[in-house]
Design a protein around this ligand. Structure first.
Ligand code: ZN
Length: 326
């Protein structure tokens, strides 16, 4: 199920539409209801027709040994090719079984988190602060804001996160960000799409938080853009990747206090082309939200450029303020 390369769509559709298969990393389906009478449409993908999806060719990828081999309607040569690929896949499954991305324990035929890590992951669900998306210990009623949102309102309208920033989510984020584990992006992105489905219903475009070109050159990819791509596939909301630019190289936020983080990103972001954001309902996409300084700086830049609304969707957010930031 975790992929690197062109097979994301075919497998992701199947996961998204068939949680009954019991894959641990598969979220419940989100039905958009845009398919007309008697026809359900899986959000952002296509008609939820299992047979059609199964016939689509899918490329093999390293995160799911032997589980995504293609089936197609080709001739003899293609059948031979597929048989060979199937044999290679089975051999790889036996030699290199899929591992849990958090604890590296074998997880059997279907890649994803193991049961132990899955149970430790803390998904954020209502009740939560309407503005910040921070969970409440009890349900105070609809639309209630947290004290933090009232005392220090952010530049964005709403923020939502898939999970709390904890030991398991930290490993997943660090794997994606610092260990080139781009194969984790589909799993994390789908969880984000589920957490932010209400925001995505009204959004015009997704804006990944940009890296400065020097950091992008060193890392070779922007993890926020990788997540935005998956959220876009799951929701049908387009990505505007070059709307926002990081015009000032900043220090790593790791280890800085909240005030130092705010100072660090001051003036760091600018809108490249106002016409791409003006009047549009935007969602900023990032991997993690800690103090909110980076996201707030991005939201202010988009607001100054005339965005209609700016919301935020991240994979994980720090909820316990006593916890050390990443
Ligand atoms: Zn595990």
């Amino acid at each position: 199920m975790i992929s690197r390369g062109g097979s994301v769509k075919a497998v992701a559709v199947h996961m998204f539409c068939a949680p009954s298969r019991g894959w641990l990393s598969s979220p419940p389906p989100l039905w958009a209801g845009k398919g007309g009478e008697g026809k359900r449409v899986c959000r952002g993908f296509e008609t939820c027709n299992t047979d059609k999806i199964e016939r689509r060719p899918a490329r093999r990828y390293p995160g799911a040994m032997g589980t995504a081999l293609a089936e197609s309607n080709g001739g003899g040569r293609r059948r031979w090719s597929q048989t060979l690929r199937r044999l290679v896949g089975i051999s790889l499954d036996l030699a290199l079984p899929p591992l849990c991305p958090a604890c590296r324990e074998p997880v059997g035929a279907q890649a994803g988190l193991c049961a132990a890590c899955w149970s430790k992951l803390s998904f954020i669900a209502p009740p939560y602060c309407e503005r910040l998306g921070t969970p409440f210990a009890y349900d105070p009623g609809p639309g209630v804001l947290s004290m933090q949102a009232i005392a220090d309102p952010p530049a964005y309208r709403h923020a939502r996160a898939a999970v709390r920033y904890d030991d398991v989510s930290r490993i997943l984020i660090h794997g994606l960000k610092y260990s080139d584990r781009l194969d984790l992006a589909p799993m994390l992105g789908r969880w984000m799409a589920r957490a932010g489905h209400a925001l995505l219903e009204d959004a015009d475009a997704l804006v990944p938080v940009p890296l400065h070109w020097r950091r992008l050159w060193a890392r070779r990819f922007n993890q926020s853009a990788a997540l935005a791509k998956i959220v876009s596939q799951a929701s049908g909301v387009a990505v505007v990747g070059d709307a926002l630019k990081r015009v000032k190289p900043t220090l790593q936020q790791v280890g800085l206090t909240a005030s130092e983080r705010a100072l660090n990103v001051q003036g760091a972001f600018a809108v490249a082309e106002r016409s791409r954001v003006a009047g549009r309902r935007l969602i900023l996409i990032d991997d993690v939200l800690t103090s909110g300084a980076t996201i707030d700086a991005c939201a202010r830049a988009l607001n100054r450029a005339g965005a209609a609304t700016v919301d935020v969707l991240v994979f994980a957010r720090v909820v316990d303020t006593g916890r050390s930031p990443i």
